[in-house]
Design a protein around this ligand. Structure first.
Ligand code: 2HG
Ligand code: ZN
Length: 457
């Protein structure tokens, strides 16, 4: 343990997980100390990497008894400082709980450890003609435990819903080290409070998810993607509305804008899809069994919103090329600086107004700031990324989130509250809501051991 005076807690933890899985050397622990954006940084007191549920329970009980708060961490892909030891907490890494059980083809379910990555889960499902209903760009790192804890969204929400909708069962360790488990997978179970549903989206503040029974969906054999350069946000919305009605296989409807496209092209070293600029770019994807390309192309040919800037693709490599313009926004933004990330949703009827006012709202506060917006159009979910602000300067964040609240939206559509938005929770949740949430937190974690400072100020 590299310590002159052995710390009794560290000795006990090393006894539980084995000395190799208790990290105290700052060179080894620093990677666990900041979130993916780099905006939120801390130094963990130590990092402990249990191998299974029993070890997680023993670690949480020991840390709780010693009064050491614990930050549960999966793939560390949070964009809101949701798994960052800002005040020297211990990091409880779930990465070793990565086992994926046998796929149940009849029940279309699979048991997965919290530390299994999304990509590993997809690999396990594919040979059975199945896949997981949630997909997102960080698929190689994001773990299913973290995705459930944050109720992650992603690019297929319009077809399959968010992460909570995929959770058929859950095992978790509570703050006192006890284990709750509903993993049996009996499709129907109406026996009292739905604790898995409560823990999904609780951002590690109510319990540490250790295993999940996850729903799978049929893996469509055919896909087609279209990228369109359109004249206006109004056109984009009417096109997506029509696509939802006309294309039963529609599973993605994404949007981005000229400034974001230019950033991606410069960062990735690729040419833009068309030489001329367009007011808004929309990417739609349709998936199913049998030809998807012809119905998509026929639909687009009849739509008045669609002009010459239209590209369709069915082959995997061509689809990926079109998707890259949208999917590489996050890395391109991060390469340009440390962003403030405001993942918001506004009612579709207010989307145009929000977009028209967002940039001016930011520039009133900070004239030099740069705003890059993109997102999931069908849900009115926009990722407002602001560059050129100090990490702790929240004035622009507040102005945008107040605009969202005024328009009847949500200050966090899919990334969670983390520490980034805790001061603003009251903007879209009532005092009664917050009091009920605090009561749950106090009942399940009276000493505030689990992920302190997340969700609540
Ligand atoms: C996405 O939709 C992710 O690509 C990340 O939710 C969004 O980087 C972002 O702001
Ligand atoms: Zn997103």
């Amino acid at each position: 343990l590299n310590r002159d005076v052995p710390d009794p807690l560290l000795l006990r933890l090393a006894g539980i997980v084995g000395p190799d899985h208790l990290l105290t050397d700052p060179d080894m622990t620093s990677g666990y100390g900041s979130d993916w954006t780099g905006r939120f940084r801390g130094s963990p007191r130590f990092v402990v990497r249990p191998a299974d549920t029993a070890e997680v329970a023993a670690v949480v009980a020991e840390c709780g008894a010693a009064g050491i708060p614990v930050v549960p961490q999966g793939g560390n892909t949070s964009l809101v400082g949701g798994a960052t030891p800002l005040h020297g907490e211990a990091v409880l890494s779930l990465g070793r709980l990565s086992e994926i059980g046998a796929v149940d083809p009849a029940g279309q379910e699979v048991l997965a450890g919290a530390g299994a990555t999304l990509a590993a889960l997809q690999d396990a499902a594919r040979p059975h003609g199945l896949r997981f209903g949630v997909d997102l760009a960080s698929r190689d790192s994001a773990t299913v435990g973290g995705m459930a804890a944050t109720n992650a969204g992603g690019i297929h929400v319009l077809r399959h819903g968010m992460m909570r909708a995929q959770v058929a069962g859950m095992e978790a360790v509570l703050a006192d080290g006890s284990v709750i488990s509903r993993l049996t997978g009996a499709g129907k179970d109406n026996t009292g409070y739905d604790l898995p549903n409560l823990l999904a989206g609780s951002e590690g503040t109510l319990g540490v998810i250790t295993r999940l029974r996850l729903r799978l969906v049929p893996d469509p054999s055919d896909r087609a993607v279209a990228l369109l350069g359109l004249r206006s946000v109004a056109d984009a919305l009417s096109l997506v509305g029509a696509a939802r009605a006309a294309l039963p296989g529609l599973e993605a409807a994404e949007a981005f804008f000229q400034d974001g496209l230019e950033l991606v092209c410069a960062h990735a070293g690729v040419a833009p899809p068309w030489p001329e600029a367009h007011a808004v770019y929309v990417l739609v994807e349709s998936a199913g069994t049998g030809d998807q390309l012809s119905p998509l192309a026929e639909f687009l040919a009849e739509r008045p919103e669609v002009g010459l800037a239209a590209a369709v693709a069915a082959e995997a490599r061509d689809r990926e090329r079109l998707w890259a313009y949208r999917e590489r926004h996050t890395e391109a933004v991060n390469a340009a600086g440390v962003p403030h990330k405001l993942d918001v949703a506004v009612p579709l009827a207010a989307l145009e107004e929000f977009l028209a006012r967002a940039n001016e709202t930011v520039s009133t506060v900070e004239p030099n700031a740069r705003v890059v917006t993109f997102g999931h159009l069908a849900e009115g979910n926009l990722h407002v990324n602001i560059l050129g602000l100090e990490p702790e300067d929240e004035r622009a964040d507040e102005a945008i989130l107040r605009l969202v609240a005024d328009l009847g939206g949500s200050i966090s559509a899919e990334h969670g509250i983390g520490v980034a938005k805790r001061r603003f929770l009251h903007l879209t949740r009532s005092a009664a809501d917050i009091a009920a949430m605090r009561a749950l937190k106090a009942a399940l974690d009276p000493r505030g051991i689990l992920n302190p400072g997340v969700i609540f100020p």
